[in-house]
Design a protein around this ligand. Structure first.
Ligand SMILES: Nc1ncnc2c1ncn2[C@@H]1O[C@H](COP(=O)(O)OP(=O)(O)O)[C@@H](O)[C@H]1O
Ligand SMILES: [Mg+2]
Length: 658
């Protein structure tokens, strides 16, 4: 089995390309060590010794294998990797082999899923064996040494944070979930309570702070609770979108607008502000991160909300709601992942299925726009499946109806689909840049409304955020969470002498997830370039790669196309191109990863003295010694799906999570 380094999918040994995302699978990628921000979950059966006394060996084996299978299903449903089964405990990692932007959230959702699954499992176990299980769970986030694709016998994640997660699990009462401080700080949308027992941990001077997970709560996944800056800047973009919509309405011709921008730059916010002020019907769907979605997921979301199909509907009820569409019903039902044995779609070839889907969606949007202009927002199309992109790209030219498709995307879409919407009469694009210095400064003032923040701190916040509103909000949020800035008598004050602001894990997660999605060779180039410095040269990068990447130059072109690095106009190295990381943060996050990975220093120093290796010592701290090293477990992985989707759609029916 080869694990894809881009999306984490397990592929058969002989596969040359990933069956999920199409990335090349190179045998050399098999093992590489990296320092990574990972969230670890331990789940352990409480009182298992008594269980052993009550059951004979065969029955115990059956109980445990059903327990492990259930745990694995719940963990994998949230994108976690089951690292191993140790005795009666399950250890899972979120962020290995591939980082997600929201690994702490995923781990906590998995813990809640486990809690919900347990009563179901217990009913079965009580009926078959007369026993019930109680589980303690510990979750913790931190920098670990991660092995992307471990060989048998090799651990996937080792280090202090792993040990602490295990400790939290031991301290938890049966049925409870104990959460480490870093996970609690980075997670969004969960109800957590302080855990009042002192947690002494060997090797740590201060007692460890932990939280009890009590459930989920409604919370926007971006922004600072209680603080929201009004939209800063973006006047020109709003005007452009407004005039585009007027044209679409006047000419009754559809149009596709792609809004490119890095994560957090404000694509969704711009669209939210735009759609809030215009007179048009707005429908929305979003693409889910790699490996999470079904092919036409965003359209499925749109169809479900328009037709009133609920996630809780059973298949028959849902199908009845779709049938109002008449002829188009089978294709729309198919898009949603509704399985209808009587559907004429079952008889068609894959190509004919696609043609039917295109025809049905043309009709669907045309009908929706009969009463007035429609704005269809399809979020985050850089994650869209190829077939979804084909459909989006071809619809506008063929749709004589006032529908404006607005599709935010990260720049990497153009690396996956170089000619995206190119040459189409009814397509255009807009690039959203980070906020300028004055705008970013205004945003900080709007958020914090203080003059005595201290020039030094203000500057550091602005410098770290680099004009990215999400980074800016997260940095401020973290300062507030840590009581470094606080509100007194209605005014914000900062603790004196803060001389640096750390990169919050939430920001780090976004940056790491972006790099993890790169093809392996490009990722290695990023990591090596990060060691050289914010400014680097192809020769120095190639030197670090042991000549492994002869085509460093072309890989760097790829990274430039993805908007991660820029070629500078002049170079300090004669005859060599000079490049710069577009964001200091991208480089910072990956210097750490890389030091763990190569353990090497750059061969050439930056003439400007900005070399990344000025910090002393490696990153492999002595505390990173492995505690346990067993191979990943191999229990079966049943999945619980409400409806089985048609074969043409690659993954199962999923209910909307947020
Ligand atoms: N121009 C802006 N003015 C004020 N806040 C902004 C602006 N752009 C984005 N934000 C805030 O920054 C965060 C990230 O923006 P978002 O639209 O989610 O980014 P993206 O969709 O590009 O990843 C959100 O909380 C959003 O409200
Ligand atoms: Mg967005």
């Amino acid at each position: 089995m080869t694990v894809c380094a881009r999306c984490g999918t397990e592929n058969p040994d002989q596969a040359k390309f990933c069956q999920e995302c199409g990335a090349p699978l190179s045998p050399q990628q098999a093992t590489s060590e990296e320092r990574k921000l990972v969230t670890v979950l331990f789940a352990d059966v409480a009182g298992s010794t008594q269980l052993g006394d009550r059951l004979d060996a065969e029955a115990l084996k059956d109980v445990m294998s059903r327990f492990f299978a259930a745990m694995r299903a719940e963990i994998e449903a949230e994108g976690g990797t089951v690292e191993k089964f140790i005795g009666d405990a399950v250890m899972a990692a979120f962020g290995v082999p591939v980082a997600h932007e929201d690994d702490p959230d995923r781990a906590l959702r998995a813990a809640l899923r486990i809690q919900r699954r347990l009563p179901v499992l217990n009913r079965e176990l009580a009926a078959d064996h007369g026993v019930e299980l109680a589980v303690r769970i510990g979750v913790n986030t931190g920098q670990v040494m991660a092995t992307t694709a471990p060989r048998p016998g090799e651990a996937m994640a080792t280090g202090d944070p792993v040990n602490l997660a295990a400790r939290l699990q031991q301290m938890a009462d049966p049925g409870a979930v104990l959460v480490g401080e870093r996970t609690a700080a980075a997670a969004r949308g969960f109800a957590l309570e302080p855990f009042d027992q002192r947690l002494e941990v060997r090797g740590k001077d201060a007692p460890v702070v932990a939280h009890l997970l009590v459930g989920e709560r409604d919370e926007p996944h971006r922004g600072i609770p209680g603080l929201r800056a009004p939209l800063v800047g973006r006047d020109a973009e709003l005007e452009l979108l407004g005039s585009l919509l007027r044209r679409v309405a006047d000419e009754r011709r559809a149009h596709l607008m792609t809004i490119y921008g890095e994560p957090g730059v404000g694509k969704s916010r711009l669209i939210a502000e735009f759609t809030a002020t215009v007179e048009a019907r707005v429908v929305r769907g979003r693409c889910l991160p790699y490996g999470d979605g079904i092919t036409f997921w965003p359209l499925a979301e749109i169809a479900k909300s328009e037709l009133g199909v609920l996630d809780t509907d059973d298949a028959a009820t849902a199908l009845a709601k779709v049938r109002v569409l008449g002829d188009a019903a089978p294709a729309i039902a198919h898009t949603i992942g509704l399985d209808d044995p009587a559907s004429p779609m079952q008889e068609l070839s894959p190509r004919a299925v696609i043609a039917e889907i295109h025809r049905a969606w043309l009709g669907f949007f045309a009908r929706m726009a009969e009463e007035g202009p429609v704005i269809a927002v399809v979020e985050d199309i850089h994650w869209a499946d190829g077939a979804m992109l084909d459909l989006l790209e071809s619809l506008p030219d063929r749709l004589p109806a006032p529908v404006l498709f607005v599709c935010p995307s990260r720049p990497e879409l153009t690396a996956r689909r170089p000619g995206w919407a190119g040459g189409r009469r009814s397509a255009s694009s807009l690039a959203l840049d980070p906020l300028g210095a004055a705008e970013a400064e205004r945003m900080v003032r709007l958020l914090l409304d203080i003059d005595d923040l201290g020039e030094g701190l203000r500057e550091r916040i602005l410098e770290r955020a680099e004009g990215n509103p999400f980074f800016l909000e997260e940095i401020v949020r973290r300062l507030i969470d840590e009581d470094l800035i606080s509100q007194q008598d209605g005014r914000w004050r900062a603790v004196a002498g803060i001389d640096d602001v750390v990169i919050p894990d939430t920001v780090q997660g976004v940056l790491a997830a972006r790099i993890d999605l790169l093809p392996p060779a490009e990722k290695r180039v990023v990591q090596s370039a990060a060691v050289v410095g914010r400014v680097f040269w192809p020769g120095a990068v190639a030197g670090l790669l042991n000549g492994e990447a002869e085509n460093v130059e072309s890989l760097l072109d790829g990274l430039e196309q993805r908007d991660l690095v820029l070629t500078r106009l002049t170079s300090a190295m004669a005859g060599e191109r000079e490049l710069i990381f577009k964001h200091i943060l991208t480089r910072d996050v990956h210097t750490r990863a890389c030091r763990g990975a190569t353990g090497r220093r750059p061969t050439r120093r930056s003439p400007s003295g900005s070399s990344g290796c000025s910090a002393s010592g490696g990153w492999r701290s002595p505390s990173c010694s492995p505690t346990t090293t067993t191979s990943p477990g191999g229990a079966p992985s049943p999945t619980a799906t409400a409806w089985t989707p048609p074969a043409a759609i690659s993954a199962g029916w999923r209910s909307t999570r947020r």
